[in-house]
Design a protein around this ligand. Sequence first.
Ligand code: ADP
Ligand code: ZN
Length: 434
Amino acid sequence: MPQYYQPEIETASRDEIVKIQNEKLVKQVRHVYDNVAYYRDLMDKKGVKPEDIQSIDDIHKLPFLKKDDLRECYPYGLLATDLKNCVRIQSTSGTTGKRVVAFYTQHDIDLWEECCARAIVAAGGTNEDVVQVCYGYGLFTGGPGLNGGSHKVGCLTLPMSSGNTERQIQFMMDLNATILCCTPSYAAFIAESLKERGYNPGDNKLKAGIFGAEPWTEEMRHSIEEGLGIKAYDIYGLTETSGPGVAFECSEQSGMHINEDHFYAEIINPDTGEVLPEGEKGELVFTALDKEAFPLLRYRTRDICVLTRGKCSCGRTHVKMCKPMGRSDDMLIIRGVNVFPSQIETVLLNEGYSPNYMIYVDRKNNTDTLDIDVELSPDRFSDNVADMQEMEKKLAAAMRTMLGIGPKIHLVPPKTIQRSEGKAVRVVDNRKLH
Ligand code: ADP
Ligand code: ZN
């Protein structure tokens, strides 16, 4: 039997959802126009007035917001309510530049935590579960978001934060954690650490994991599921829209339901801004329909994605987004070929390697170079140079088939690539330094 945190809204008919979106959007545009001078100017420049927005079908008339706008408005420029109504700030990880600061009223926190609660229930969580949250706590949204969601569901919450893997394992075992929340790269590290300490996947009480905040492949999912003996669910979000929980996976594990009563999603052509029909790949754009303090309208996430509205076996009716295929600014153009780091991860795991790798891009003699350090597991490591070279050649060939260009592979000994406790950084593009 599928379980829902808020069944009426999670399984609402399309008509009901559209009605909610229409009402909320009209109100929200008025709220932003009246309170955010920066966005009012953007609307005025485009010749759009709040009265022009009568329903969600009019949303395309509104101007986009981009990360640059957020930087320009730092810190208070997009605040839509009096500071005295705000109770919290959170901030981006700064993966791609200067941090963004987002503000929350208590209403905004409740809304966000409810979204996370939906994700936990979709992963099978109830008030009998013990949820181990090892996303970072603090400015990063991962820890506070899942922590709040776990409270709302009534789970026993272990607010571990990230790092100190020894203690993570001790608490996981001693307190019988049943749901693990962290980045997929940290989940893989925890699985590896458990194995090293002689544990088998069946030795822990975990049943599910809720992993997100960074791109991860299906192959990575299988590897984590096997390593921990759990079902691994994806969760998506960004500080600009609140944090994790904007979208989450259900039992079908085939894309994440977007909480459409709070966030309206569009897919656009990143070059022209044109809205693309359902099923086409493009940049994901979000409008926060009922946030009070930091309500971004048509915010361009730079995440590349596809939306689908097919019927889902879990009974939820909200639109699904696929796993983001990396950000548009994660894409590497190497010798004119588009390469996503996720393609490299797919090949590595398919060929039986670990998800511990580093990608180095450089330019030598006017030609782009692609080098990949791949860590060997102890059972694959050998002192025989010829064996190692043979493995490197085979892996390079598999990469060439997938990417269309051939990288140079360097197999490195076990434990030589640094593990990540939060968002993994696996790409070093030295061309940008020249
Ligand atoms: P930063 O932009 O500094 O990383 P955030 O911590 O707010 O700031 O991260 C949000 C970004 O993280 C998203 O825009 C997306 O690129 C990435 N992300 C979040 N969840 C996922 C996920 N489940 N899969 C892939 N990428 C994700
Ligand atoms: Zn579903």
